[in-house]
Design a binder for this molecule. Sequence first.
Ligand code: FES
Length: 116
Amino acid sequence: MRLCHLSELPEGEARGFDPLHSGQHSLLLVRQGARVHAWRDACPHHGTPLAWRQHAYLNAARDRIVCAAHGALFEIDTGLCTLGPCLGEHLQAMPITVHPSGEVHLADDTFQETPA
Ligand code: FES
């Protein structure tokens, strides 16, 4: 299923998506140059959404994903928690494909295999 086009995802920025139309974002994308990282919008600590407001996934330095609940920090490219109560745990990677056209798609069966 289509999420967005790269042109809608500015360099160094994060954006949440609600492909299930559930009313809350279930995954986030972070763009780093030509690379796009996709993570489930759920903290490994308590499973809660990461952002304190829409699309606010990154820390002030823009070099980590942050969980608003208890301040856990995660590496953008690996999802590894480097600080906080879930230290050493990982965000769940989401299976995306970036097509040569710039379209970013999520595997259609993603949420059948990993229910929310
Ligand atoms: S729920 Fe994310 S750090 Fe506690």
